[in-house]
Ligand binder design. Sequence first.
Ligand SMILES: [Zn+2]
Ligand SMILES: [Zn+2]
Length: 286
Amino acid sequence: MKSAEKPMDKPKDESFQKLIVTEHDTFTQFSQYLGEDRVWRTDAYLVVGERSALLYDTLAFHCGLYQAVMDRIGEMPLTVLISHGHYDHAGEALNDFLRAGVPAYMSHADKTALYRMYGAGYFLEDFLPLHEGTTFDLGGRVLETMTVSGHSPGSTVLIDRAADIVYTADAIGAYEFQMSNGYEETSLERTLRETRTLLAALKTMKAPQIWTGHSNMIPGGYHGRSYLEELVRVIEDLVEGQVEGERYMRKGEPLYTTRKYDRNQVHLLYNDHRIWERSQTRNERT
Ligand SMILES: [Zn+2]
Ligand SMILES: [Zn+2]
């Protein structure tokens, strides 16, 4: 609905932004709907160790997230890790954490995402840089980071090996828009290499659960290892030209050079002009 079609006297219903808290065995999940239709939801995850805590993403809108996190960790030091620079994962509420002096990390490779796509008013200087292999030792729990680009150049996944949990936000398995931004995604070839590295890194985990940033779109809430295996095979087939997706239509029109490919649990949008690394010229610059 266009804004001009909205009845003028009806106040905007923002109750969809309410904070939803779900306690799991090894983490707390904070969620919030992104629109009044309550279709898309965004998730943030809190992991608490013996000495400190880490929050992966900060949701989209103000909803009391800062206080809810503080209520759970008390005096314990907190670190924020932002998966990537999109507003639905680093929106208004991030400011509450920054103002309180909580260190926030985000890959500086997401500079473009932060400024051009949905910038919520943050600057790159607000974020401590993440480097390949950065780990967070919370005391009794060590969280590993890994870049899996595709959705954005700096998309960072978080691995809690001991708990058998992988947090991926939009980098892996966040339904079809994993590669769909149309201008800032990296090549499928690079994503394939990084996705294979992630799959190899999960080898020693018993039954990893992959929690995305939009988990309500996934039956059961999370993906298993088989999803990642199938994703690797799908991207391999696309890169090798074994299969090809359909032109992706939005409102009856093709959307940029986007194509859509579905197989088993994998629903993938990708940019037909960003399949191989050698044809990529714009987005490797950071
Ligand atoms: Zn995103
Ligand atoms: Zn998202």
